[in-house]
Ligand binder design. Sequence first.
Ligand code: MG
Ligand code: MG
Length: 261
Amino acid sequence: MIYLKTDEEIELMRESNLMVARTLGEVAKHIKPGITTLELDEIAETYIRDNKGVPGFLNYHGFPNTLCTSVNEQVVHGIPNKKPLIEGDVVSVDCGSLLNGYFGDSAYTFCVGEVKPEVKALLVATRESLYKGIENAVAGKRLGDIGFAVQNHVESKGYSVVREMVGHGIGKNLHEAPEVPNYGRRGNGIKLKSGMVIAIEPMINMGKRQILQEKDGWTIRTVDKKVSAHFEHTIAIRKDKADILSSFKFVEEVLSLQSEK
Ligand code: MG
Ligand code: MG
């Protein structure tokens, strides 16, 4: 069952997603060699609670933290810990919040200090593939058009698409129907309707697409231990153009200030 959201509900979801966007912006200020993902998690939790939200992932099916922090070969669902990030790492920071009864969900993969050019290129391509997917997330198109656009973009560059983990509908629940794969065929799948709200979240691997789950019961990593990247927006389907409810604006303001230094 896919819940179509009213315009009022979409505005409430925008608030929740902007809280996530600002939280990621706060986290961005602190990402550098030496910081731990647990410290990033505390920054995020404090920011969300200070702004009257509730961390969306904390205790979700028993998940122990506010952020999912997935470093290098980790794809998604990494658990924050006390190991310092080091120069050359990349870390996907995935954040959810609950505000006004609605969930927000967005993720960004950050470089820690200077990162190898080939890793940076993977991040660029993954971010681009998210926006290729969003271009196809309009009323009248089909779910497969989104997946095709993501897959086509990254496979043309020699990367691979994680199949087992997918995007999702979102609203009063963090995960709602439909599932939103990052692969697919044009013209296949359910028809997209105005008022559907979905999280599109390409998980793209430098090497092979196969993944496994670590013994902690959460962390997903690549089998070949090559790097993976992950970017996510929550969007509302509309007639001519998707309405992106989350935002990378706050993150990218911080990153552009850092690069000017
Ligand atoms: Mg997420
Ligand atoms: Mg998600």
